[in-house]
Write a protein that binds this ligand. Sequence first.
Ligand code: 13P
Length: 258
Amino acid sequence: MTRKRIIAGNWKMHKTNAEAEEFAVNLKVILAKIGEDIEVLVCPPATAISCTARVLDKTDIKIGGQNMHFEEQGAFTGEISGVMLKGAGATHVMLGHSERRHIFNEDNAMINKKMHAAFKANLIPILCIGETMEEKKEGLTSTVLENQLKGCLEGISKNQAQILIIAYEPVWAISNDDPTHKPATPDDAEEAHSFIRDVIEKIYDKTIADNINILYGGSVNPGNAKAILDMKNIDGALVGGASLKPGEFAEIVAAAKF
Ligand code: 13P
């Protein structure tokens, strides 16, 4: 079974429109030499989606939103909807990132509503799941992952699950100001990915589980990408910090080549 590889960059709250355009211009040039056998995606802040999409128009590099509201429109000050992301040039949307869960209190029920709304807007959701360090220490990793998958995928059909992307991002591995945060070992990540695939098989079926793309996220960089991406059940990476420089990001894309 050969699944395609996907390398996605999550810019988080970084880059003005001018910086985003400069990044996109450079990435376009660098990736032209790397080839097209890997799906590459960048997720700018909402403000920079349309200018990034304009620069990357007619390339194979796709654009994702980092979050969206579950309603199409309405009195929700400060929010943006799936149709708005789509209209700005996004094809994908990240949902349930741990920073959304932990800083902005999003729970599985809310993420589930967003999943349904994303499909309705014809966006491909990248569903992010992952345990905290406390949960890992308490031996709760499997329970947490299974609950997140079941909660967030409630009512999502087999047809929809066929195009869905999952990102396993252990919260303790995501780089931030906490010096204890470090990447999962390839073996630890593989164990979690294999478990996630088993849960997808339980919820849906073996074909969907065999085909679904499961990305790893958490301190991926040009130095560790290949070892992580070589694992059987790891189909790509969702990259934060190292996706902010086109050269580093392109090195990770190059590491994803089969
Ligand atoms: P880092 O690659 O900076 O650890 O971020 C991972 C992440 O949160 C991607 O969504």
